[in-house]
Design a protein around this ligand. Structure first.
Ligand code: 5GP
Ligand code: ZN
Length: 139
């Protein structure tokens, strides 16, 4: 993946503010942070999204995120941390290398746009039918 910006960050070809690294995962600060401490956790092996990522790398990213979220809590004492992970250009995934956003919200700061939406009750029959279809499709 010659052109992937996150692969270049892992290799050190593009600088980053690294916060964590192990054999399979890497984490660094987002340069367009939604909030202080906005961190990206990625697998070292290039893979695009949740459809593609091998389970081993998924586990590595999420194990790393547990260490990092603890450090974020210790250092920034946020009121909460949103974990966001986008799959596909249709939901505004911009960098096509799997990444988990850890987005802290400081006490007294406005709601994070990624964690506040209006709750409207859905059509229960439609929800049931969709659930049945998804459940039946899981191998
Ligand atoms: P996405 O919409 O794909 O989930 O988010 C990609 C994220 O990567 C964005 O929040 C963006 O700010 C961040 N990003 C894009 N390019 C770079 C870069 O070169 N360095 C860093 N640290 N973050 C980047
Ligand atoms: Zn990559």
């Amino acid at each position: 993946m010659e052109e992937c910006i996150f692969c270049k960050i892992i290799k050190g070809e593009i600088p980053s503010f690294k916060v964590y690294e192990d054999d399979n995962a890497f984490a660094f600060e987002d340069i367009n942070p939604i909030s202080q401490g906005h961190t990206l956790v990625i697998p070292k092996r290039h893979t695009q999204d949740l459809w593609e990522i091998p389970e081993e790398d998924l586990a590595a990213v999420h194990s790393a995120s547990k260490k990092i979220i603890q450090a974020i809590k210790d250092v920034l004492n946020p009121t909460g941390v949103a974990c966001l992970q986008l799959n596909g250009r249709g939901v505004n995934q911009v960098v096509m290398h799997y990444h988990l956003h850890l987005i802290p919200r400081a006490s007294g700061e406005p709601e994070l746009p990624v964690s506040s939406w209006e709750l409207k009750q859905g059509d229960m029959e439609a929800i049931k039918q969709t659930a049945e279809k998804i459940a039946a499709a899981i191998g």
